[in-house]
Write a protein of this length. Structure first.
Length: 300
């Protein structure tokens, strides 16, 4: 009877010792558990009095801290695994939750890579299940995509290509060395060296090209039609005496004010060349007639 009682007492004491083990004792002996570690309070919480890693629950949120009290600085916290997964949003550097975005960062973000198939920098890849449509949006005011303070780069599936779009009436501007070089305004007009283009393409500078093709209509072949009224040289002379330029050709002041329409001026100049050609043909006919008249006089 005494032996049985002694055995029971030893069993109870053993259980008490095991139950009384603190976390330090458990980890010192490398003990493991199949149960979850549940932390439901912040008793004895004091961020300045520990050195190392602390896992705790405080003010409705769970914390993992790595801290060095001697320097009063937080230490790096490394999470290792084949992948790191969250089942909700991830806020970095005290970012303010916008209520929707999965990843929110307060501050600058740098992407680097050492993959063999990347020659420079890093790949920033994203995809969207919205019918194969991927969109990278940059918003300068709160991430609400409202107003004219955001733009996005969009790629549609298949062979539809990519599109860079601004909101509402905002232009797209391109710069080098912190200086604006080119702009595409809200109407699609392009300005190179011009911030407010008034035509589809406005260039403040020299354009160098091996070939320029201008489409035009109304080419002046009508000059050679039989019903065309060819101005006489005397009429042209009288017009020049009054206006100081050819009829149908813009004056110098008009060109200085309105610029030069390449297609229109080429049509006008060709019209004058064709008119001159007709005058030369008529003059040649008169010369031939005079030659014949002279020859007939000389044979008498």
């Amino acid at each position: 009877m005494k032996r049985t009682l002694l055995i029971n007492i030893l069993i109870i004491l053993s259980i008490s010792v095991v139950n009384g083990q603190d976390l330090q004792t458990v980890t010192t002996y490398g003990n493991t558990t199949n149960n979850a570690l549940f932390i439901n309070g912040a008793e004895k919480y004091n961020i300045g009095n520990y050195n190392g890693l602390m896992l705790y629950f405080y003010n409705g949120a769970g914390y993992v801290d790595a801290f060095n009290p001697s320097s009063a600085n937080f230490l790096p916290l490394l999470l290792r695994g084949s992948s790191i997964q969250t089942n909700n949003k991830l806020l970095i550097n005290n970012a303010t939750d916008d209520g929707s975005a999965a990843l929110q960062v307060n501050g600058n973000t740098t992407f680097t890579a050492t993959l063999a198939n990347i020659k420079r920098g890093a790949k920033f890849m994203f995809d969207d299940a919205d019918n194969g449509r991927s969109v990278l949006v940059m918003d300068a005011n709160g991430g609400d995509f409202v107003g004219s303070d955001y733009f996005y780069i969009e790629h549609n599936g298949g062979q539809k290509g990519a599109r860079l779009t601004t909101a509402n009436n905002a232009p797209i501007k391109f710069a080098t060395a912190e200086t604006e070089r080119m702009v595409i305004d809200e109407n699609g007009r392009v300005g190179i060296g011009i911030s407010n283009p008034q035509s589809e393409l406005a260039v403040a500078g020299t354009i160098t090209s091996k070939r320029v093709k201008v489409t035009a209509s109304g080419w002046p072949d009508y000059v050679f039609h039989k019903d065309y009224k060819l101005p006489s040289l005397l009429e042209t002379e009288a017009y020049i005496a009054i206006n100081s330029h050819l009829p149908g050709i813009p004056a110098a002041k008009e060109i200085e004010r309105d610029g030069l329409d390449i297609a229109e001026i080429n049509k006008q100049l060709l019209q004058k060349i064709e008119e001159l050609t007709l005058h030369l043909i008529n003059q040649q006919k008169e010369i031939e007639e005079l030659k014949d008249w002279k020859k007939k006089l000389e044979t008498k």
